[in-house]
Ligand binder design. Structure first.
Ligand code: HEM
Ligand code: HEM
Ligand code: FE2
Length: 448
């Protein structure tokens, strides 16, 4: 670690771990409810559990991206962070807003807009917090001695993500318009600007871990950014097929979204290629596993399973079923959860001065969580396909179908338990690293 101020990242990463555990807990509450054991219904109804599960996911990922930026930017810009106290205030404020939102969901204070359930009043606090973060990182870049493409792509991704939050805050009393602009946030985040954040963290990690020239890695990063925008922006149309939007979206959405997997495929090929080309034998192998694993799994979850239901001929049947949950889990996991776990695995030894990368728990965590998540994806897929046949093709009543599907959620719970054991090991390793200590330079020596 070159700069003392990079240590603030540690507290962002530990917040991530805490929120991740809570997210999983709410996943289980829903899993059991789907199995027919909805015993907590009076206190935590399904809608509250669902909003909590998905919002916690988004918040822990954003906290992870912020931690990654606080870790990466000082080094890339070659200068200390602009203000360390500001970073802590910003983290504290984010946690406070998050806690209020989650308590609110349980008291039925929410907006029934999937992924944007946080009431609009709180949205303003989120915006203020993110502006503070962007200011701190922006000033660090301006004051630094160097400017790199990786830092610019990371910052552009973060700024665009903040800007794209705004369309979701406009109030419409028309369901179609509300839905139309909700996708500017949800779709253009995960299939647009978050990919820039992911691509930049991926590039940073590949530069560090493989030793391939920065010029080569950053050139490919630009190409991937290009493909992302070329396909992802008009690809938004795959959410406009049957919501009452103009009919031309059937063609536009179908064609452009079908091209979206190319950028994920590009990232997977690029990561594997750089790993093979790299001459460097970096000691932190597990960080490389998470990095390359992220590139591959994001292609499977987002690219391949996204393509599986993106054409209008398929989506007319699968829309809003558990087929969507199948894709949503593996895509979020592969692309965004894994990149956060990758940067944590790389940064923790530097932040804490301890060399614990080569342990049984770190290896076990990687494999078990990934196999568990693939199992969960399979369980959702089977349940989703059964749902489409029973509900949409045979015309069976919605709630009758839910009963028929209960058995599949036993499989989901089993796979999710395996996944949770893996994450338990990851967190165990995280805790063993301990908190940041005085700089010894030991890890830097092994890393360089
Ligand atoms: C990392 C990137 C991605 C993530 C995290 C992601 C995640 C999600 C999530 C959570 C949903 C449900 C959204 C909602 O109903 O509010 C969704 C829907 C959808 N995604 Fe993705 N996705 C990604 C990439 C892709 C790609 C590349 C494609 C196409 C090739 C795709 C195709 C779709 C389609 C068609 C839907 C609508 C499903 C429906 O009609 O119910 N996704 N995605
Ligand atoms: C490990 C335990 C987990 C369990 C048991 C679980 C279970 C569930 C269930 C039952 C749903 C609701 C499906 C429905 O609408 O009926 C759901 C939604 C969702 N979960 Fe999880 N989940 C877990 C972990 C995760 C993780 C680790 C991620 C992300 C990396 C994730 C991402 C999501 C997303 C994006 C949705 C919304 C999907 C959609 O829009 O259709 N979950 N989860
Ligand atoms: Fe989309």
């Amino acid at each position: 670690m070159k700069y003392e101020s990079q240590k603030v990242a540690y507290w962002f990463f530990s917040t991530c771990m805490l929120l991740f555990v809570l997210q999983i807990l709410y996943g289980f509450i829903m899993g059991f409810a789907h199995m027919g054991f909805d015993n907590l219904h009076d206190f935590i109804p399904f809608n509250a559990a669902r909003a909590t599960h998905t919002n916690l996911l988004v918040v822990w990922l954003l906290t992870g991206f912020m931690g990654a930026a606080y870790f990466i930017i000082p080094e890339e810009a070659d200068g200390e962070l602009y203000s360390v106290p500001m970073a802590y205030i910003q983290l504290g404020a984010l946690v406070v807003v998050g806690v209020i939102a989650i308590i609110g969901f349980h008291l039925n204070w929410w907006e029934g807009r999937k992924f944007l359930e946080i009431p609009r009043g709180l949205d303003f606090l989120v915006v203020a917090d993110v502006l503070l973060f962007l200011f701190n990182i922006g000033m660090t870049m301006l004051r630094g001695k160097r400017s790199s493409s990786t830092a610019i792509v990371l910052y552009s991704g973060l700024v665009s993500a903040a800007l794209l939050y705004l369309p979701g805050m406009i109030y419409f009393d028309n369901q179609l318009f509300d839905s139309y602009f909700r996708w500017w946030v949800v779709h253009l985040w995960v299939e647009g600007v978050w990919e820039l954040i992911m691509g930049a963290i991926l590039a940073y990690l590949l530069i560090k871990l493989t030793g391939v020239d920065r010029e080569v890695i950053e050139k490919w990063l630009y190409l991937i950014v290009g493909i992302t925008f070329m396909s992802g922006i008009l690809g938004t149309g795959h959410h406009y097929y049957y919501i009452g939007a103009p009919e031309y979206w059937l063609a536009v959405g179908g064609i452009f979204s079908a091209l979206e997997p190319l950028s994920f495929l590009g990232m997977a090929i690029y990561a594997v290629f750089m790993m093979r080309k790299g001459q460097r034998n970096h000691p932190n192998k597990i960080a490389l596993f998470w990095t390359v694993g992220c590139a591959i799994m994001s292609f499977v979850g987002a690219g391949f399973l996204g393509f599986a239901h993106t054409l209008p001929q398929v989506n007319i049947w699968t829309h809003g079923t558990l087929v969507t949950a199948m894709h949503g889990h593996l895509a979020f996991w592969g692309a965004y959860a894994m990149i956060v776990l990758a940067i944590i695995s790389y940064a923790l030894p530097l932040l804490t001065g301890r060399k614990l990368w080569d342990t049984f728990s770190s290896q076990f965590a990687f494999w078990t969580s990934n196999v568990g998540m693939i199992g969960m994806t399979g369980a959702f897929a089977v349940a989703g396909i059964a749902q489409v046949y029973l509900e949409r093709i045979s015309g069976m009543d919605f709630l009758r179908v839910q009963e028929e599907l209960e058995v599949h959620f036993f499989g989901l719970i089993l796979a999710a338990s395996l996944f949770t054991v893996g994450i338990g090991f990851f967190i165990h390793n995280f805790i063993r690293y301990g908190t940041p200590v005085e700089h010894t330079g030991v890890v830097e020596e092994v890393y360089s």
